[in-house]
Design a protein around this ligand. Structure first.
Ligand SMILES: *Cc1c(COP(=O)(O)O)cnc(C)c1O
Length: 232
């Protein structure tokens, strides 16, 4: 199977899920997670029409963005943990930052976003009840950080992101994603106008679409198994 074949299959899976769960057609954006995959793989996906790519490591994203600078309509989504000393690279490279969880990082991104760039789209990462990792805000911390981020120039708060622990059961996948959807609904009831739920990966994409995902982040189902991590 080529990357082009995989993209076609994922596109069909997405469309089926949109229909099955009464979501408007094309309401879910596909971010192709290209971490650890070579430039040639991104190029192959680009040639097949894919424009949004997700990366977890700052230097890797920057190197790829530089190598592919001639493709001016590529959209880079940063989806990994971000340390304060690397915020400038993200502010200067990314179109989206999905994993915001600290005010200090938000302030630096705001200061370092070049004046002539469009606002950096950001999502707050939430740690849902099922998660094994320590990343992400507790649900009761989200409102305060959302208020603070909303007040910062050059950032555009778009919504919430989560990475639930792997879970094979569809109904249980849905129950976890529903927590993130309800949290977004609560924020909007409290006066925010957020439009993004970044949730769903190769193995739980359908459940995420059922619960309102507007961005799914798919790696393996497009690019195959990841080569062994060099950066880890
Ligand atoms: C690696 C990664 C993905 C893609 O996961 P797959 O299971 O390969 O589809 C999505 N989101 C985040 C945050 C990731 O780190």
């Amino acid at each position: 199977m080529t990357i082009q074949d995989n993209l076609q299959i994922i596109g069909e899976r997405l469309h089926h899920a949109e229909q099955r769960f009464q979501r408007p057609l094309n309401s879910v954006q596909l971010v192709a997670v290209s971490k650890f995959h070579p430039i040639e793989s991104i190029q192959a996906a680009y040639d097949a029409g894919q424009r949004a790519f997700g990366e977890n490591y700052v230097q890797e994203m920057v190197a790829k963005a530089q190598a592919l600078a001639e493709y001016s309509d590529l959209e880079w989504h940063f989806i990994g943990p971000l340390q304060a000393n690397k915020t400038k690279l993200v502010a200067e490279t990314a179109h989206w930052m999905h994993t915001l969880e600290r005010l200090k990082i938000a302030e630096r991104l705001s200061q370092q976003r070049p004046m002539n760039y469009p606002d950096l789209n950001v999502c707050l990462q939430v740690n849902l009840s099922s998660e094994a990792t320590k990343s992400g805000l507790q649900p009761d911390e989200v409102f305060n950080l959302a208020k603070q981020v909303q007040a910062l120039p050059r950032l555009k708060l778009r919504g919430l992101m989560a990475i639930p622990a792997p879970e094979p059961d569809f109904e249980r996948q849905c129950a976890v994603f529903a927590q993130l959807r309800r949290l977004l609904e609560e924020l909007n009831q409290q006066g925010f106008a957020l439009d993004t739920l970044s949730m769903g990966m190769s193995d739980d994409m359908e459940a995420a679409v059922a619960e309102g995902a507007t961005i799914v982040r798919i790696g393996t189902a497009i690019f195959g198994q990841r080569p062994k991590a060099v950066t880890e």
